[in-house]
Design a protein around this ligand. Sequence first.
Ligand code: UDP
Length: 372
Amino acid sequence: MFDYLIVGAGLYGATCARELTDMGKSVLVIDKRKHIGGNVYTEKIEGINVHKYGAHIFHTNNKTVWDYVNKFATFNRFTNSPVANYKGEIYSLPFNMYTFNKMWGVVTPEEAAAKIEEQRKEASFTEPSNLEEQAISLVGKDIYEKLIKGYTQKQWGRPCDQLPAFIIKRLPVRLSYDNNYFNALYQGIPVGGYTKMVENMLKGIEVKLDCDYFSNRNELDSIAKKVIYTGPIDEFYDYCFGNLEYRSVRFENETLDIPNFQGNAAVNYTDPDTPWTRIIEHKWFEFGKDENGQELPKTVISREYSSEWKLGDEPYYPVNDEKNNELYKKYKEKAEQESKVISGGRLGEYKYYDMDQVIGEALEKAKLLLAE
Ligand code: UDP
């Protein structure tokens, strides 16, 4: 009999497992996949740590979380600076003076601010109520049209005026020449890959892979006093109120016999016609070199195609619009009545969490559980 069965070996599950184990609880972690790490899993191909379920750049303002992950990995000094490709025109991201100069020819921050203000005034709304209005209000119509509209519609499969404004507020807008995509005090990629980091988190803890909770539910439930479930919350309740909407992603990976495909880790294709949203060239997360500082002769790229989730697909992004948040509330109410089961993480809480938020939430939850 275990104190805890943890369903899912991603960051939420691994953090809970570590904390509970360190405080003397017995824990079994299971995952339906054949590997640990959930969607932060990396796999070495041609000497390159490939982010198999999409690019993950660790960034946080939370010192506790930063200190915590540094117990399990050394982080490099990678700073995320994606590039936008709009029909062959290249723009800097996040939106900053380089972007404004290329878009409008403006040179000073004052000129850039005036241009944004002029375009904001031309819009008919006063308070932005959706992503489209929020974007225009932040950066004006031209940038919205070329760098946001097409990308967002491909990414979310919904028109921008039907998406929540908060999605675009993730991105900074800067009147400076700072290409850092994140406003975070701490940022980097674990040296040797995320898999190694999660392996370190799970050291000494029993992990059973290739083990699907739902095909063995009763038996698995019976071997633990409590269950921490990190999968989709609607699946846990057999979609009894209907399914929550997610976006799924398909990755087309290619190994190329050239050292440099695009010169950057991430290039976003912001036009509506290119079928992929972005191309990741994984070696640039580690400066194009292996752990011994040797240049790598080949490169691995991943094209990302976004699609609406359907039964059997992997869910990646919760669609946190009003309709889905309302539906989630029903599942949450049900989950709150559980005495044996705790749900958490991006899928368990149906929230567009970043990695640091997931770890922060898991640390809090473990603390609460240990205080019980
Ligand atoms: N976004 C955009 N153009 C870009 C990059 C991002 O319009 O070139 C918008 C898009 O709606 C996206 C959101 O900003 O979903 C958040 O972007 P982020 O890079 O944080 O997304 P993630 O890396 O989580 O997929």
